[in-house]
Design a protein around this ligand. Structure first.
Ligand code: AP5
Length: 214
């Protein structure tokens, strides 16, 4: 099963993709996670990406397309994958179609998660992330057992540099102008499902599994 998770920042794509990845044993591929790891390790890719990410802008298409092209060649993607945060522009979506066409495959379903701006801002502002194991907490909705400590690996939790109020606003604007056109792109192909992102993670997960079936 080849899936794309689409939706604005903070809607819960990563949370749902992680759950589904564990349950269905297919990899979750998050361009955001790959880029953050590169920034942390100060690789060339990380140095290129950092200023775009810190200011809430998208990293250039050719950079993220290259990342996905290489990642999809890995053997764990043969049985399927969940793309979380890619594609985010029409050129990225076209490049993905071309990549999969070459293997005579395609995307089975695109889930578009929806939530009010007010709730998105609440989820993003309260998020605390573990740079060590990538676990995600929320100070209100999924608080760690010990303040500022990751439940999974006991690493120190941080607030992502792009989860500060001024950057959140920019990311929501970028989503509206650059990513929203993908909804029509995939609707026209008849593979788009709309997912109400409100409610607790369990309720959202039930909608996800209803949309993709067994
Ligand atoms: P990326 O990391 O992809 O960020 P994003 O798309 O903005 O999404 P988020 O990770 O912020 O949110 P999410 O929807 O995964 O929500 P989550 O599950 O964490 O990208 C970061 C940057 O990298 C971009 O700005 C760009 O610069 C660059 N980039 C990445 N991909 C790119 C691409 N393809 N092209 C160009 N540039 C790219 O949940 C949020 C919070 O809410 C958490 O605290 C969670 O615990 C909580 N939560 C989740 N679900 C629920 C629920 N149901 N109820 C209550 N709380 C919930």
């Amino acid at each position: 099963m080849r899936l794309v998770f689409l939706g604005p920042p903070g809607v819960g794509k990563g949370t749902q993709a992680q759950r589904l990845s564990t349950q269905r044993r297919i990899p979750k591929i998050s361009t955001g996670d790959i880029l953050r790891e590169a920034v942390q390790k100060k690789t060339l890719l990380g140095l290129q990406a950092k200023s775009f990410m810190d200011s809430g802008k998208l990293v250039p298409d050719e950079v993220v397309i290259g990342i996905i092209r290489e990642r999809l060649k890995e053997s764990d993607c043969m049985e399927g994958f969940i793309l979380d945060g890619f594609p985010r522009t029409v050129p990225q979506a076209r490049a993905l179609t071309a990549m999969l066409d070459r293997n005579r495959s395609g995307i089975d379903r695109v889930l578009n998660f929806e939530l009010s701006d007010e709730e998105l801002i609440r989820r993003l502002s309260g998020r605390r992330s573990c740079p060590n194991c990538q676990a995600v907490h929320h100070i209100e909705f999924n608080p760690p057992r010990k303040p500022d400590q990751c439940d999974a690996c006991r690493g120190a939790l941080i607030q992502r540099s792009d989860d500060r109020p001024e950057t959140i606003r920019k990311r929501l604007d970028v989503y509206q102008t650059q990513t929203l056109p993908l909804i029509d792109f995939y609707k026209d192909q008849g593979i788009l499902s709309r997912i109400d992102g409100s409610g607790n993670p369990e309720a959202v997960y039930r909608r996800v599994t209803d949309a993709i079936g067994k």
